[in-house]
Design a protein around this ligand. Structure first.
Ligand code: GRF
Length: 213
């Protein structure tokens, strides 16, 4: 981009991110810490949670980012909730939707609406230990290495094409909490790095391959 006098100016273009979170929001916090850097290429423009007391909502408020609660109890049934979540996200006109500890399954209609633009962070090395208890299940299985995965969301549970992964060792004496904390350190770094790359370079899916750039 150039000014009328021909001087280059820094581009202010950035990808619009909507983050869905159910929990404390440490992954959201990491994205919020990154997004003020103009070189990051993405901004969190909205946060959506299914839990009215999610810490992620406090983080959004503190950062001056708009947030919306879509609690299932406020909807007549699952179908109405599906529409509610989809509309709540669409209002922000996201380029990408980031599931950062969002503990509900999104309907195929949601996945179709934002197809190829939804990424999820999972605290295990997919395809191993998919589902809500990835850390517990890996520990119970006795693996010596686990980790975290950022993947494109499809209509399955943690089955979409993998964008990036980091391995994390299991240490003797680990319980679910200590292992999850170690994974979350790696997970935050991976999510911030991967979402930034996607925002700056784009994301496409060819079969099982998720390609950034
Ligand atoms: C993350 O490990 C995420 O992968 C899992 O739940 C955790 C959420 O952490 N599903 P936070 O709310 O971002 O701190």
């Amino acid at each position: 981009m150039q000014t009328p006098s021909g001087h280059p100016v820094e581009s202010t273009a950035h990808a619009r991110l909507v983050v869905l979170a159910s929990g404390g929001g440490s992954n959201l916090a990491a994205l919020l810490a990154a997004h003020d850097n103009p070189g990051y290429g993405a901004r969190v423009v909205g946060v959506v949670s299914d839990k009215p007391d999610a810490g992620a909502l406090d983080l959004a408020r503190e950062a001056g980012v708009a947030s919306v609660v879509v609690a299932p109890a406020d909807f007549a049934d699952r179908a109405a909730w599906n529409i509610g979540v989809s509309e709540a996200v669409a209002v922000f006109q996201p380029d990408y939707v980031v599931l950062a500890g969002f503990m509900r399954i999104l309907a195929p209609s949601f996945v179709d609406r934002f197809a190829g633009r939804i990424v999820n962070t999972h605290p295990a090395l997919l395809p191993s230990f998919a589902g809500a208890h990835g850390v517990r299940d890996a520990l119970a299985y006795g693996v010596k290495v686990t980790g975290c995965t950022v993947h494109v969301v499809d209509t399955g549970v943690d089955t979409g094409p993998i964008v990036a992964q980091t391995a994390v060792p299991v240490v003797e004496g680990d319980d679910e909490a200590t292992l999850h904390e170690r994974i979350k350190v790696a997970e935050r770094a991976l999510l911030v790095e991967t979402v930034g790359r996607i925002a700056r370079e784009g994301l496409r899916v060819e079969g099982r391959q998720a390609i950034v750039g």
